[in-house]
Write a protein that binds this ligand. Structure first.
Ligand SMILES: *Cc1c(COP(=O)(O)O)cnc(C)c1O
Length: 416
């Protein structure tokens, strides 16, 4: 495939990185809304099923529209290949279970997305245990690794704790024990950081969020890097050794992924491809809005406790500045004193939607303690950076003055 200059800027890469070579000069990939693909003769289909030739057979395994989305994400994250899934949770499940088996342990950061914490609990029934670091610092990962540990898992920026993982340092720790590092890059996106370039071995996304951008489709994707020698470290990958650096992806697509059936729909792949064109513009605006809103909230009421890595004095400010290229993501959390006041401010807001999602073009607010973290114990909530008086804001692309004005009236009219 004829690629643009790989050193071009991020927005150019989004638009021209994968050349539009579609039928009839179409500028968008066709939506191949077809469950299966017919072939001229039985021999051709045999070759596809036995990996002797590339092609399409059945959309649960692969599909040209979905593959186009996978190519784009692979390019943006700087990987060697990717697998798109029905949701972010499905991508995380596939990324981990492609290598894990009963008796294995995961070492993970504590600020993880609640759904991921619940997934790790589900895995207990299959003999897989997760140990969480309490402080998101490289030496804390080191301390939890033992001879049963098979993988290290972390989020670039925890949701909603907003702790920032030092990916390069944690990758060094993992690799010194010959373990792979899997990074959930949902909250940062490749616009802010490419974890594979810092040493991560697999990147996962809930592409339902910033990648899609418009909140019109649930999806996930995982992207594999080139360096980790999978077949040397995991017995289950030995049969795939001949695929070299592609062993992980080959095993996944020929095994767990196709057999658990968490494929993306072609229509949703198409929506993600459309959304990707504006990822750079959206995230740039969302980050600058978030920084301005965080600063505004920090001064709006001296009792407020604002958490945003872009603020001076935030524990992760220096690391975020270095690792995320001077942008700090678009999620801000604020503790306002009580659950009642949190609810009152949320209810007074006119622009933001009250809903459990992030990464929309519109600003969204949520009370995590009574929603996404309601199934966690008080202790687990605090470990996840969730408090009764905390509001999470996913900042959108509105005009910042309108957002500030809206928060001003909502705070002024709130119950204290
Ligand atoms: C939303 C989210 C997920 C789960 O993704 P779904 O697409 O909702 O399944 C995983 N990780 C993070 C960080 C998320 O924000």
């Amino acid at each position: 495939m004829d690629m643009v200059d790989p050193d071009c800027g991020f927005n150019t890469l989004l638009l021209h990185g994968v050349k539009a070579e579609y039928p009839h000069g179409a500028t968008h990939v066709p939506i191949y809304q077809s469950s299966a693909f017919r072939h001229e003769n039985a021999e051709d289909l045999e070759k596809i099923f036995t990996n002797k030739s590339v092609g399409y057979s059945y959309t649960r395994i692969n599909n040209p529209t979905i593959e186009d989305f996978e190519k784009r994400m692979t390019l943006l994250e700087g990987g060697i290949g990717g697998v798109a899934c029905s949701s972010g949770m499905s991508a995380i499940f596939n990324a981990l279970m492609n290598i894990l088996q009963s008796g294995d342990e995961v070492v993970a950061s504590a600020g993880l997305y609640g759904g991921t914490v619940e997934l790790f609990e589900e895995l207990n029934a299959f003999g897989i245990t997760t140990r969480y670091v309490e402080r998101n610092e490289p030496d804390a990962y080191e301390a939890l690794i033992n001879d049963k540990t098979r993988v290290v898992f972390a989020e670039t920026m925890g949701n909603p704790k907003l702790d920032v993982t030092d990916i390069e340092a944690v990758a060094k720790v993992a690799h010194s024990h010959e373990l792979p590092l899997i990074i959930d890059n949902t909250t940062a996106t490749p616009m802010l950081v490419k974890p594979l370039s810092l040493g991560a071995d697999v990147v996962v996304h809930s592409s339902s969020k910033y990648i899609n951008g418009n909140s019109d489709a649930i999806s996930g994707v995982l992207i594999c890097g080139a360096k980790y020698k999978w077949a040397e470290h995991f017995d289950g990958l030995k049969p795939y050794k001949r695929f070299g650096p592609f062993a992980y992806l080959a095993k996944l697509r020929n095994g767990l992924f196709r057999n658990t059936g968490g494929c993306l729909s072609p229509q949703n792949a198409f929506l993600n491809i459309l959304g990707l064109e504006t990822l750079g513009l959206r995230v740039e605006r969302q980050c600058s809005n978030a920084l301005a809103l965080a600063k505004y909230l920090d001064e709006a009421d001296e009792s407020f406790d604002v958490n945003y890595p872009g603020l001076d004095g935030n524990a992760y400010h220096e690391l975020a500045k270095r690792q995320l290229g001077g942008r700090y993501g678009a999620i801000v959390t604020v503790r306002v004193g009580s659950k009642e006041r949190a609810f009152s401010i949320m209810n007074n807001l006119k622009l933001p939607y009250i809903l459990s999602n992030i990464g929309d073009t519109k600003t969204l607010v949520l009370h995590p303690a009574s929603t996404i973290a309601v199934h966690l114990s008080k202790e687990e909530q605090i470990q996840s950076g969730v408090y009764d008086d905390l509001i999470r804001i996913s900042v959108g692309i509105e005009d910042i003055e309108d957002l500030k004005k809206d928060f001003e009236q909502a705070i002024a009219g709130s119950l204290i």
